[in-house]
Design a protein around this ligand. Structure first.
Ligand SMILES: [Zn+2]
Length: 123
């Protein structure tokens, strides 16, 4: 793990703790004077976790999609193609997300294709 990775993980830990404190404070405000059952604590916490998961998925997919811009060649004519980022709705395990997906357009062949032929890519 390099220095940047260590720093980023510390930053994430710090922000997670801060976000947890804020979320608990919001729960307390919303629940007022009542003593909550544990599921009243757990359920909104879980929903927030799913929201966090969806945000990470969308952000990471967008990064991956942007990395593919500008180095894609048409499988038919081998001409370099323009790649655009298009949104795609996906049902993630933590709820619906909008993935940014690279779509290549070959003007010569008048076709569009997904440049992520890589089996490790997001499909
Ligand atoms: Zn082509």
């Amino acid at each position: 793990m390099d220095a940047n990775e260590v720093q980023l993980k510390e930053k994430l830990e710090h922000h997670l703790q801060e976000a947890a404190r804020v979320a608990a404070e919001i729960q307390a405000l919303e629940q007022g004077e009542q003593v909550p059952h544990f599921d009243q604590i757990e359920l909104p916490a879980h929903q927030l976790g799913q929201r966090f998961s969806r945000a990470i998925q969308e952000e990471r997919a967008r990064e991956v999609a942007l990395q593919r811009l500008g180095r894609v060649y048409c499988p038919d004519c081998k001409k370099q193609c323009k790649v655009e980022i298009e949104p795609r709705s996906v049902a993630s395990m933590d709820g619906p997300i909008e993935l940014a997906e690279p779509v290549a357009h070959c003007r010569r062949c008048r076709r569009s294709f997904f440049p992520s032929a890589d089996p490790n890519g997001i499909r």
